[in-house]
Design a protein around this ligand. Structure first.
Ligand SMILES: Cc1ncc(C[n+]2csc(CCOP(=O)(O)OP(=O)(O)O)c2C)c(N)n1
Length: 609
């Protein structure tokens, strides 16, 4: 079977044996490409058979499959005519690592954040054609998000014609946390039903052959009755779903059988499928957390220390001394650099699961009890808890430290994971203290400062490496070099670009005053008043939207100053490495040089730029 030729129509012609061979080939292909390009390995290896079975039974020219989170869509992409392009997975202009509508009519929704698919499915199901099927594939980690429960709630209430396939591998990125995961485990391991069924079977064996035949139908009904009598109904049944499972998610035969059966049914259905994360690749099976998402072989251009790793180290030092400091993550223990924290301080480390809203409210509760909560959260996922941020944390002015990882443009994941909005959506809010360090010493100083402060503090840093400046950390804007021809201000990662640009300008005998802004809010007005006193042209570089960004803030405060801002335009940024994204958006030092050089030479800056 040629993986570059397979499509949903061809798939339906295959025998079970051929489907099994296909699964093996897809697995090998995914391993080969992900090891090279990077990507989500263990989630995808776990759903190969499940995806093949869904494609085999359902007709995707009329039925719709929604992948929750979407990171497990690789088999789906290969099966829907993208086998060849899959070689360019997560490359600039290549195949995205998440479902993408512009890529294929079979990707019906661009997902990337957990928990949304059931609700989208309920919406799709409402006015669909009677024969059309809506299928949602969701993991046991994602089904715990608040919004997923909201979707289940309405589906049960409306009796929506929607099939939810719960892919239960007992893992989120880390081991799935929370009472609901314990509950799912209980369903899986409840032996009562199985032993009852076994006993009925042995009883049947004692009957004479003729009686056996005659009583088979009766025994089936008896089994159903006994199940109802002795077994508790599942949560899903209680809210109006029909529950099927647990099903072996690696048996194509079982999967096809159950999907063929439920295809004929109407109303909300939940199929509980058991899979192994990393299936078929020993290293990933043994450490599915590490292999959840890996970087590719070509991603090794590291010149410093990664911010998240450094943060993990600093937090360990702090937790050692500050006995009331607690660390909270909504499901991102490894990504946020918290492995050591979680192992050394298990009693003060809380993985709340994929529940950003809850994580912030939980931190509020702890802060009310005089703990010092540190919420480690990705910029993109903080969006989900904006309400809790404003109405719970900021309104009560609670001393919570937010370490905002993956701020700015984010490599590899594309539109759904970008962190370029946070300066714009945080800086104008009340009670916000907000920092964007570039140098690691400053980052540490800011964390220490925040833990002493009695109000909320936000610190943003990118998914990138940072460097030590070899000096003591300071929480104030700092002049790195002085120059006579203008002023160049870097904000966070913008400082690295600014330093680069400054070197290029020096080669052309142009000397700018280079500033590492660091403090977004409260703005150090006296520093900038002094900086701007000679009315030289000012250039601000930030790793955020230009609109609502730091530069715009400066411009508002100094309306007569010549300030030119450089940041991202208001649009969705696609897949690429960070350096590629900066280049594409003309925010790399070479592109900026071309714009800035003539301005300085002509000393003409339109105040309205
Ligand atoms: C709102 C949100 N928070 C966090 C994440 C990061 N994230 C991506 S996949 C994942 C785990 C998903 O677990 P599960 O649904 O069980 O799927 P599995 O990876 O086990 O297949 C997490 C936490 C996200 N995508 N969306």
């Amino acid at each position: 079977m040629d993986l570059t030729k397979i499509n949903p129509q061809e798939l339906k012609k295959l025998s079970l044996k051929e489907l099994e061979n296909l699964a093996q080939k897809i697995r090998e292909y995914i391993i080969e490409i992900v090891e090279k390009n990077g990507g989500h390995l263990s989630p995808n290896l776990g759903v190969v058979e499940l995806t093949i079975a869904l494609h085999y039974v359902f007709d995707l020219d009329k039925d719709k499959i929604l992948f929750d989170v979407g990171h497990q869509c690789y088999t789906h992409k290969i099966l829907t005519g993208r086998g060849k392009e899959f070689r360019n997975l997560r490359k600039k202009e290549g195949i995205a690592g998440f479902p993408k509508r512009s890529e294929s009519p079979y990707d019906i929704f661009c997902s990337g954040h957990s928990g949304d698919a059931i609700s989208v499915g309920v919406g799709l199901a409402l006015f669909k054609k009677p024969e059309e099927k809506i299928i949602v594939v969701i993991g046991d980690g994602s089904i715990q998000t608040g919004v997923a429960f909201e979707g289940l709630n309405q589906a049960g209430f409306l009796q929506s014609d929607v099939i939810v396939v719960l892919n239960d591998n007992e893992m989120s990125i880390s081991k799935t946390q929370g009472a609901f995961s314990k509950y799912l485990n209980k369903i899986i391991s409840d032996k009562r039903y199985l032993s009852l069924k076994q006993e009925l079977k042995s009883f049947l064996n004692f009957l004479p052959e003729r009686l056996k035949k005659e009583s088979e139908e009766y025994l089936k009904r008896l089994e159903k009755g006994l199940k109802r009598l002795f077994l508790p109904t599942t949560f899903f049944e209680e809210i109006g779903f029909r529950y099927f499972g647990p099903i072996d998610g690696h048996s194509l035969k079982d999967l096809i059988k159950i999907f063929q059966k439920i295809k004929e049914l109407k109303g909300p259905i939940l199929v509980h499928v058991l899979t192994k994360k990393g299936k078929g690749y020993k290293k990933a099976e043994e450490d599915p957390e590490y292999y959840h998402g890996i970087s590719g072989k070509e991603d090794k251009s590291i010149e410093g220390v990664f911010y998240n790793e450094y943060v993990g180290k600093v937090l360990c030092e702090i937790l050692d001394k500050e006995k009331n400091a607690v660390v909270i993550t909504p499901g991102m223990r490894l990504g946020s650099g918290l492995k050591e924290v979680s192992e050394r301080f298990p009693e003060r480390f809380f993985d709340c699961g994929i529940c950003e809203q809850h994580a912030i409210d939980f931190a509020c509760g702890l802060a009310l009890r005089n703990f010092k909560p540190v919420v480690c959260i990705y910029s993109t996922f903080l969006l989900r808890a904006y309400d809790q941020l404003i109405n719970c944390c900021l309104l009560h002015n609670l001393p919570i430290l937010f370490l905002i990882d993956r701020a700015g443009c984010v490599p590899d994941d594309g539109e759904t994971h970008q962190g370029v909005y946070d300066i714009s959506y945080l800086r104008f809010l009340p009670n916000v203290t907000f920092f964007a360090p570039y140098f690691l010493e400053d980052l540490k100083e800011m964390i220490l400062f925040a833990l002493k402060k009695d109000s909320p503090v936000f610190i943003r840093y990118p998914k990138d490496w940072g460097e030590f400046k070899g000096n003591t950390g300071k929480i104030e804007p700092e002049i790195i070099t002085k120059g006579k021809d203008g002023i160049l201000i870097g904000v966070g990662a913008g400082t690295r670009i600014a330093m680069d640009l400054n070197n290029k300008l020096k080669e052309k005998n142009i000397f700018l005053t280079l500033v590492d802004a660091k403090v977004i809010k409260p703005l150090t007005i006296s520093f900038y008043r002094d900086l701007f006193k000679d009315n030289l042209p000012v250039f601000v570089i930030e790793d955020n939207l230009k609109e609502g960004g730091f530069g715009e803030y400066l411009k508002n405060l100094f309306p007569n100053q010549k300030i030119v801002n450089f940041g991202f335009e208001s649009k969705f940024l696609g897949v690429g490495k960070r350096t590629e994204i900066f280049k594409k958006e003309k925010l790399d030092s070479e592109s900026l040089l071309e714009v800035i050089l003539p301005i300085i030479i002509n000393q003409k800056v339109d105040v309205k730029t």
